[in-house]
Design a protein around this ligand. Structure first.
Ligand code: 5AD
Ligand code: SF4
Length: 471
């Protein structure tokens, strides 16, 4: 039995640590591993790869770090507060290490890559520092640490995609899963640390992606989310064998009509009409696009190095509305980027009016060491101005999200049942095509993994509430 605890998520749908049961083929497990993940969906997917690599070498895992031989923390560097959370958590592990000096503590992921060996100086309790492209080296690094040595591997790779590794599904509901289709990012948005921590962009072999999705479907999964920092620049092969993101989406959709396909993240500069027509063509590709705008002002977009304008972004919104009527759109928005004026902030609010987002993740700008913005621009918007602008953006989004949900009231929507609702085992929860959460009373005629039509009777600010349509 292997248990994993995954806590927190930069993007807010928390996946908290339910127990995980997987087969451990290795009969003799002598060591226990505890792993915790922070940050984006990609990091959670990476922890599933780490679990797979270590299960091969016989590590049994535990959901109690106090009984672990090895504690891993898979970290996020995207904003300063994400790093602070990790540091606080490390100091709690430090208390455990005082009691049990043999305990090995490892830092994985973006913070490991950003701080490298410096981490060992700054946090004396850390024994192992491993960047996102070096997880195959973990068994060796742990062996070194077991002999009392500090171990570091933060080499980034141009090829590594872990294509051949079948991830262990952590914290799984058995219905929905993430599939990593590419790694890294070549975009160099000036605020973003990701190109430095996750390296150059590279796509994964489509055969291995389709094989993974087919296997998931055979195991009873009914939804896959294809993950990449910029899925629209997915590319594989040359000439007749060339596969772009539209092609990959189509191949995944063709696996089975009952397998829902989602994807994230789309980049406004790269999303093509071909991708939009592919979404429109296949019923099982969900009508939902995460299309981060970051700012609605052209000067700020240029400073951010986003390489599109407000007008270009609006044109992409128009194309989505024309080609996929009813498609849900969500966004990421940063408040108070370097030198942003009040008028420029108003442009972000008016962009929100134009796009009418179903949902948005909103952030206050946080300067990250080493980024283009940190080197070239001044983080000069006062904290209280950032917070006020963020609050205005957040409030508008709450109103827009509620309006979008109200549009479903009185309608019947198709829902994939994912499990019981968080509050009650008398209710199921699932999402509709547009990614809205739907809660409804259970029925003994259906179970998780089934599709049902639900009549929507009312909504809260974040959830649709209804009853199953009898047919
Ligand atoms: N400060 C604030 N938000 C940021 N993001 C990325 N870097 C920063 C930063 N330095 C946000 C962007 C991105 C999302 C994942 O995180 O909006 O799309
Ligand atoms: Fe960061 Fe921009 Fe790449 Fe997204 S597209 S990961 S914001 S550099």
């Amino acid at each position: 039995m292997m248990d994993f605890k995954l806590v927190d998520k930069e993007h807010d749908e928390a996946r908290q640590g339910e127990a995980l049961v997987i087969e451990n083929n290795n009969a003799i497990s002598t060591k226990k591993l505890y792993i915790e993940s922070y940050g984006c969906q990609m990091n959670f997917a990476d922890s599933e790869i780490v679990a797979s690599i270590l299960s091969e070498t016989g590590y049994a895992t535990t959901n109690n770090y106090q009984e672990a031989d090895v504690v891993f923390i898979n970290t996020c560097s995207i904003r300063d507060n994400a790093e602070q959370r990790v540091r606080n958590r490390l100091s709690q592990f430090g208390i455990e290490k005082k009691k049990n000096p043999g305990l090995v503590i490892g830092v994985l992921g973006c913070m490991a890559e950003r701080l490298k060996a410096k981490f060992l100086e700054e946090e004396k309790l850390v024994d192992v520092v491993v960047g996102p492209d070096a997880y195959r080296d973990l068994p060796q690094l742990l062996a070194d640490a077991g002999e009392g040595n500090k171990a570091v591997n933060v080499l980034l790779s141009r090829e590594e995609t872990y294509a051949d590794i079948n991830p262990v599904r952590l914290n799984s509901n058995g219905i929905t899963a993430f599939i990593s289709i590419m790694r890294g990012c070549d975009n160099m948005c000036s605020f973003c640390v990701v190109p430095f921590t996750r390296g150059r962009e590279r796509s994964r072999d489509p055969h291995s992606i389709i094989k993974e999705a087919e296997l998931l479907f055979e195991q009873g999964y009914r939804e896959v989310t294809l993950l990449g920092q910029n899925v629209d620049s997915y590319k594989w092969g040359e000439g007749e064998d060339h596969v772009n993101f539209a092609g990959l989406l189509e191949k995944t959709a063709l696996i089975h009509p009952d397998l829902r396909v989602r994807f994230s993240t789309s980049h406004p500069k790269d999303i093509t009409d071909e991708v939009l027509y592919t979404i429109a063509k296949y019923e099982n590709i969900c009508n939902y696009i995460h299309l981060p705008v970051q700012s609605g002002n052209n000067r700020i977009l240029e400073l951010m190095n986003r390489t599109y304008t407000r007008e270009w972004y609006m044109n992409r919104i128009d194309a989505i509305r024309r080609i996929i009527p009813g498609c849900a759109i969500s966004s990421d928005i940063i408040a108070g980027f370097c030198s942003e004026t009040e008028e420029e902030h108003q442009d972000t609010l008016s962009m929100m009016d134009y796009a009418r987002y179903n949902f948005a993740y909103t952030f206050s700008y946080s300067e990250r060491p080493g980024t283009l913005a940190a080197r070239k621009l001044k983080d000069d918007v006062p904290e209280e101005v950032k917070s006020r602008r963020l609050a205005e953006i957040f409030k508008k989004q709450q109103e827009d999200s509620h309006k979008c949900l109200l549009e479903f009231v009185g309608k019947s929507v198709k829902v994939l049942i994912e499990g019981y609702s968080k509050k009650s085992d008398k209710e199921y929860r699932g999402r509709n095509d547009q990614n809205a959460m739907v809660v409804f009373p259970i029925s003994d005629k259906v179970k998780p993994g089934d599709y049902v039509y639900v009549n929507i009777e009312k909504c809260t600010s974040a959830t649709l509430i209804g009853t199953i349509v009898n047919n």
